[in-house]
Write a protein that binds this ligand. Structure first.
Ligand code: FES
Length: 181
């Protein structure tokens, strides 16, 4: 009868095995971390991206609006919004008008009260909201009604003689013009 073989690893061999096992564990964790980056970026994308990229809409040559005697001119602008993974294209009405100093300005036609569309009434020389009767002068300043603020002014720029506007949404029924995200 032979002597049974001793299969217990010797201490030196055990040290080498656990070293390689540790190395494998660290490598696997590193690969897992690298693989998780795109997944995390995909999952967090809607949280880390602005709802809407800046988008300028053309309103035509600026010199057609430069006479302060011109009544507010209604225009429709189209713009795109990023909503999570979706790209939305919307259209809204704006009015090109003048400040009291004669500067060209663009007003949102969305009533700051509860969001109906105001329209310019040439006979009365004012903007009127059909929903609850808010009224504004040609400069967008509130004259009457429940609107808590003036009409909202939009960012404008002139590029190569062309007037452009960036449409934005503002919080309704609050006293100050607060941008919605
Ligand atoms: S929504 Fe315009 S006055 Fe109420």
């Amino acid at each position: 009868m032979g002597t049974p073989m001793n299969t217990t690893p010797r201490p030196k061999e055990m040290g080498r095995r656990s070293f390689f096992a540790g190395l494998l564990g660290v490598g696997a964790a590193g690969v897992g971390l690298l693989l998780s980056i795109p997944v995390l970026r995909y999952a967090l994308f809607p949280l880390t991206t602005r709802m809407r990229q800046r988008s300028w809409s053309a309103l035509g040559p600026v010199n057609q609006y430069t006479s302060p005697a011109t009544a507010p001119v209604r225009k429709t602008v189209t713009f795109s919004q990023q909503d999570g993974w979706r790209q939305l294209v919307s259209a809204q009405s704006v009015y090109v008008t003048h400040s009291n100093e004669g500067k060209v300005e663009v007003l949102s036609a969305i009533c700051p009260h509860l969001g109906c569309t105001v329209s310019w009434q040439p006979g009365h020389d004012r903007f009127v909201c059909p929903c609850h009767g808010s009224e504004f002068d040609a400069d967008g300043k509130r004259i009457a009604g429940p609107s808590p603020r003036n009409m909202d002014k939009l960012p404008v720029r002139v590029d190569n003689g062309q007037l452009e506007v960036e449409f934005e949404y503002f919080r309704p029924n609050v006293p100050n013009q607060e941008l919605m995200s």
